[in-house]
Design a protein around this ligand. Structure first.
Ligand code: ADP
Length: 616
């Protein structure tokens, strides 16, 4: 008796199907690559599971994918003898999108087809691409090790629902039959299939067989691409392999391929994508580095193989030394893995160095895509700190745009002879950083300042203390030593400091607990006042970031600095009414807080004070 049951696709799947069919039509042949890629992954999984449980081989150890066409029935069939799927797995994998990152990706879709087509490039289209050329797809599968009557057949016309029923299948693995749409008959031609396999799937490790009249023909080279010598691999083949390992539809930005010999023997083929994947910041992110041991796939996403700040890298590492039964737990402690990780990190950093040297536009593309993640290396990268810090790029006051393109070496080359530190300011946005009152004296004297406004930047400056012997110094912290900048300021020397003491005392009293101290500023040339932090205290910007992240923040009070040359300050000096001095002092404090992106404790009070002042 049939147990056929109908089920609905998840809304997201429908969305994805619709989008794919419309936007990928001009590239429709990619469905073949996607299905072969899945079959190859399924065989990899079987090979791995069978290490522990050899019964899964069921007497059939020749892994392959077979392609068969039937011109009368207008069907194209792909069969693999990989791991297969249980009923539950079919439901979870095909017809639903369990991965939350995928859902949020789909939520970004605009409905504008041209724009969405570009977005879908960031996304592995996978199994559903079958519906670009087929109006009816059947998938029959039995999981390795399951009984023959535990096989299932999944069927759909890509119109929102699918059916599932139990069937009997002697062989393990998965068979997918595409009933081609009217007009797609080209995919029934053997030469077309052969040329597509050669173009897109030549690198697949297992044989892709085409059923012939007499015997089957192998269409691909069927050896691991990374194990071939570099000179035998074309750029096209490297790119196709990238699409296979990364599930990315676009081309990589760069790659590096090397066989490492010595204490450790391994091959690495590592790619830098050309754009960020939609799930770069997603903890569940799946695709990373695939670990192989002597060509046997062991695991994907082995996070020990590269530091976290290089998590955008894709590719394969194939070790000749690790045991085949290596587990995640073993990886955590393996010295071999540590050596591989170190070697791979060096390779990637060198690759980036080369790009930066040879093609600054390309490097900029890398930086725009992955700079934020790369900067996380501030806390993580100790061994290759010099290499790493040379690869950083920042916005600075030297440039007029928000493009992060200045390296610390560029900065050093423009430093004033007397300048002892690398100056930076942190703020919530580039505009806020650029216009920060803390920069005034620097701007006036043409001293370059890094403008930091990525969230991760506070992290960077709290871990990167110096570059080539020059300390990093916040323009909003501590006492500014202008002589260290090669600036003489007659301003404060000639002014009688004592004259300002009564005003400073009055402001200090008015502000009470709000500030640690009130003092004369060396930083300001245009603004009347600003807030600074003591050397070593956390900045106001970081304090807000931490609070927003729900963290306990040690209370540190700011210092109010006033500009004695500003007309507001000279006016205030003449004011004799203590009540007014108090109001003005509060206003000075509040505007300084606003200027650095802070939040007022009593916004209504501020507005009231401001209005009263306007009425005067
Ligand atoms: P992706 O390959 O990116 O995960 P797909 O939509 O192509 O996305 O496939 C979804 C899942 O279905 C795969 O992750 C895999 O678990 C399963 N799958 C697809 N094809 C096969 C197959 N030929 N054999 C076994 N499992 C498969």
């Amino acid at each position: 008796m049939s147990d056929k049951q109908s089920m609905q696709f998840q809304t997201e799947v429908n969305q994805l199907l619709h989008l794919m069919i419309h936007s990928l039509y001009s590239n429709k042949e990619i469905f073949l690559r996607e299905l072969i890629s899945n079959a190859s992954d399924a065989c990899d999984k079987l090979r791995f599971e069978a290490i522990k449980n050899p019964d899964l081989w069921e007497g059939d150890t020749e892994l392959n994918v077979r392609i068969e066409v039937n011109k009368e029935a207008k069907t194209l069939t792909l069969t693999d003898n990989g791991i297969g799927m249980s009923r539950e797995e079919v439901i979870n994998n095909i017809g639903t999108i369990a991965h939350s990152g995928t859902k949020s990706f789909l939520n970004q879709l605009t409905g504008d087809e041209a724009q969405d087509a570009a977005l879908i490039g960031q996304f592995g289209v996978g199994f559903y691409s079958a519906f670009i050329v087929a109006d009816h797809v059947t998938l029959t599968t039995r999981r390795a090790g399951a009984k023959s009557d535990e096989a299932v057949r999944w069927e759909s016309q890509g119109n929102g629902e699918f059916t599932l029923e139990s069937v009997t299948e002697v062989k393990r693995g998965t068979t997918i039959t595409l009933h081609l749409k009217e007009g797609e008959e080209q995919f029934l031609e053997a030469w077309e299939i052969k040329s597509l396999v050669r173009r897109y799937s030549d690198h697949i490790q297992l044989p892709i067989l085409m059923k012939g009249e007499k015997e089957d023909e192998t269409l691909n080279q069927a050896n691991a691409l990374w194990a071939r010598p570099r000179q035998d691999i074309t750029d096209e083949q490297y790119k196709e392999f990238y699409k296979h390992v990364s599930h990315d539809y676009e081309e990589p930005l760069a790659w590096t391929h090397a066989k490492v010999e010595g204490k450790q023997e391994y091959t690495q083929l590592l790619y830098i994508p050309s754009h960020p994947p939609f799930d770069l910041y997603d903890r569940e992110q799946r695709h990373g580095i695939k670990l192989y041991v002597r060509r046997v796939f062991i695991m994907e996403d082995a996070e020990k193989l590269l530091p976290h700040y290089l998590r955008f890298v894709r590719g394969v590492i194939d070790s000749a030394d690790l045991p085949l039964n290596v587990s995640r737990e073993i990886l955590q402690q393996s010295k071999d893995i540590d050596a591989i990780r170190l070697g791979s990190t060096k390779k990637i950093l060198s690759l980036l160095e080369d790009i930066a040297k040879d093609n600054s536009e390309r490097y900029q593309q890398f930086w725009n895509s992955f700079g934020q993640v790369f900067k996380e290396g501030a806390a993580e990268e100790h061994t290759n700190r010099d290499k790493w810090s040379k690869l950083l790029r920042f916005c600075t006051t030297h440039l007029n745009d928000a493009k992060q393109s200045v390296s610390l070496s560029d900065y050093l080359s423009r430093m004033k002879p007397e300048q002892k530190a690398i100056y930076y300011v942190t703020a919530d946005s580039w505009t806020a950083a650029k216009n920060s009152p803390h920069l005034e004296i620097f701007k006036r004297h043409g001293i370059e300042v890094l403008l930091l406004s990525d969230r991760v930047d506070e992290w960077v400056v709290s871990h990167l203390h110096e570059f080539e012997g020059k300390p990093l110094q916040s323009v909003a912290k501590g006492d500014l030593d202008l002589s260290a900048l090669g600036i003489d300021t007659p301003k404060i020397e000639t002014k009688d400091k004592g004259q300002l003491t009564p005003l400073i005392d009055a402001i200090t009293e008015a502000l009470g607990e709000k500030v640690k101290e009130v003092r004369i500023s060396q930083r300001l040339t245009e603004s009347p006042a600003c807030l600074v932090m003591e050397e070593g205290a956390i900045s106001g910007h970081l304090e807000r970031l931490l609070k927003a992240a729900g963290q306990e923040v040690p209370q540190s009070k700011p210092i109010l600095e006033i500009n004695p040359d500003h007309r507001l300050i000279t006016r205030l000096q003449l004011e004799t009414n203590p009540a007014k001095v108090k109001e003005w002092s509060l206003l000075l404090f509040e505007q300084s807080l606003i200027a650095e992106g802070g939040v007022l404790e009593d916004p209504a009070g501020f507005v009231k004070r401001l209005n009263e002042l306007m009425l005067q």
